[in-house]
Ligand binder design. Structure first.
Ligand SMILES: [Zn+2]
Length: 416
C-alpha cells in the first residue's frame, strides 16, 4: 500500500516537476536562442557597417583631382560604440577622412528651405562649439582623450557631434556619422592639429564652397596636413545646396548656403572660434597675434582671364599691403610663381585689376580684419585694419589639382 502510494506520489511529482523542468529547459533554450539571435544580428550589422565604411573610405573619390591622388588604408580601422570611426592607423590621412565626410555633405540643389532653416545651429550650439574648439585648441596632444568624456561637458552638441582622433595628432569635430546618406545639420567640420605636432602653429585653412568650387575641400585638407598647419575648417554644404532662389538675409546678392557670404552656417562660427582661440593662446603666452587664415576657392576657367591663380587680402589692389613685398599675400604669390613655373601663375588685385574676386565681402575675412562678429554682413573692413592675416585664394582647375606644388609653395612662404 505504502509502496503504491509512493509510486503514485513519484509519478505525480514526476508529472508535476517533469513538466516544470521541461518548461524551464524550454524557457532557457528560448532565452539562449534569443540572446544568440540578437548577438548574431548585432555582430553581422557591425561587420556590414565596418565593411561599408572601409569601402567608402577606400574608394577613389569621385572628384576632379582623383586620378592624381590615391590614398589607401593598409591597416585595421578600429571602431568604438555606435560604429563611429576612431582612426589609429598611421596611414590614415585627414584628406582621406575629409573625402569620407564629404559623402554626407549637402550637394547642389538637395535641401529644402525648411530643412536648411531647421538645421542651422542655435545660439546655445554656437556657444558650445566656440567653447569646445577653444578647449581642444589649448591641448598639447590628443592622446588619452575620449570623445564621450569631453562631449559630456557640451550637452547641446553631444546629440549631434562626435570627435574623431587620428594618432593623437589630429582631432576632427564633425557630425555623428548618420545611418542615412546625409548629415542632418550640414555643419561641416573642424580639424585641429595638436600643439605638440603643428609645424606651422600660426597657419590656418578653410574651404567654404564644397563641390561647387571643384575639389577644394580635399585640396585644403591635404595642404593643412602636409604643411603641418594648425587648423582646417570645411563647410558642409554646396553654396547652392538649397533648392530654388534663396537670397541670404546677410548679403542678398548671394545664396543662403554660401558660407563665405553668410554668418548663419556653422562654418562661420567654427572659423571665429579658431581665430579667437588662436588669439587667446597668443595673448596667454605673451606672443604677437599674427596668424594667417587662408580660405581656398576654385574659380571658373572663364573668370579672371590672366590669372590662373588669384590671391587677395580681401581688399582692392590700391591697398598698401600689396606694396609690401613681405606681406603674406605677396609671399604666397612669389612662392607660387617660383614653384608652379609655367603651369600656373599667380596674380593679386594689385597686378590684375580686372579680376573682381577680391573677397572684400567675405564674412570671415571681415572678422579677421577686425569687423565685429555681429557686423560682418554689412560693414567692410577698415583699410587700416587689413594686414593680410586673411588670404583668399582663387584657382582654376590645373592649379587646384596641383596639391604637391601648393604644399611646396606654402612651405616656402611660411618657413619653419
Ligand atoms: Zn568659392
Amino acid at each position: 500500500m505504502s509502496s503504491s502510494i509512493k509510486n503514485i506520489d513519484l509519478k505525480y511529482s514526476y508529472d508535476k516537476y517533469g513538466n516544470l523542468a521541461e518548461m524551464i529547459i524550454f524557457s532557457i533554450t528560448r532565452l539562449l536562442y534569443n540572446v544568440f539571435f540578437i548577438f548574431a544580428t548585432l555582430f553581422t550589422k557591425a561587420l556590414t557597417e565596418k565593411a561599408n565604411l572601409k569601402q567608402l573610405i577606400e574608394s577613389p573619390h569621385p572628384h576632379e583631382c582623383s586620378p592624381k591622388e590615391t590614398y589607401s588604408f593598409s591597416k585595421e580601422i578600429l571602431f568604438t560604440k555606435n560604429s563611429l570611426p576612431h582612426l589609429y592607423d598611421k596611414s590614415t590621412s585627414v584628406q582621406k577622412f575629409n573625402n569620407y565626410l564629404e559623402n554626407f555633405f549637402a550637394s547642389n540643389n538637395s535641401v529644402t528651405r525648411k530643412e536648411w532653416d531647421l538645421a542651422l545651429p542655435t545660439s546655445d550650439e554656437r556657444q558650445e562649439m566656440k567653447q569646445l574648439i577653444n578647449y581642444l585648441y589649448g591641448l598639447y596632444t590628443f592622446n588619452e582623450i575620449q570623445s564621450n568624456a569631453i562631449l559630456n561637458s557640451f550637452p547641446k552638441l553631444q546629440k549631434w557631434v562626435n570627435l574623431t582622433f587620428i594618432e593623437g595628432k589630429y582631432c576632427i569635430i564633425h557630425e555623428i556619422i548618420p545611418s542615412g546618406c546625409r548629415f542632418p545639420r550640414f555643419w561641416g567640420y573642424t580639424a585641429l592639429c595638436a600643439r605638440k605636432y603643428a609645424l606651422k602653429p600660426n597657419l590656418h585653412h578653410s574651404a567654404s564652397h564644397f563641390e561647387s568650387d571643384g575639389d577644394v575641400c580635399n585640396e585644403a585638407a591635404t595642404i593643412f596636413e602636409s604643411t603641418g598647419s594648425r587648423s582646417l575648417v570645411v563647410a558642409g554644404a554646396n553654396r547652392y545646396a538649397v533648392r530654388g532662389d534663396n537670397p541670404s538675409s546677410c548679403q542678398p546678392s548671394y545664396q543662403i548656403a554660401d558660407a563665405s557670404h553668410n554668418n548663419d552656417p556653422m562654418f562661420f562660427t567654427m572659423n571665429v572660434a579658431v581665430h579667437d582661440a588662436a588669439k587667446q593662446h597668443a595673448s596667454k603666452n605673451s606672443l604677437p597675434f599674427n596668424d594667417t587664415f587662408i580660405e581656398w576657392h576654385g574659380m571658373a576657367e572663364t573668370s579672371c582671364l590672366s590669372a590662373p591663380i588669384f590671391i587677395s587680402a580681401g581688399v582692392h589692389g590700391n591697398h598698401f599691403i600689396y606694396g609690401d613685398k613681405n606681406s603674406t599675400v605677396n609671399r604666397i604669390r612669389d612662392s607660387v610663381n617660383k614653384n608652379f613655373g609655367s603651369t600656373s601663375s599667380a596674380q593679386t588685385p594689385h597686378t590684375d585689376e580686372s579680376c573682381k574676386l577680391i573677397a572684400s565681402s567675405n564674412v570671415f575675412g571681415r572678422y579677421v580684419n577686425s569687423v565685429p562678429e555681429s557686423d560682418v554682413c554689412t560693414i567692410e573692413a577698415k583699410i587700416r585694419d587689413i594686414h593680410s592675416q586673411f588670404v583668399h585664394i582663387e584657382q582654376k582647375h590645373n592649379a587646384r589639382c596641383s596639391w604637391d606644388l601648393w604644399v611646396k609653395s606654402i612651405n616656402d612662404a611660411f618657413p619653419i
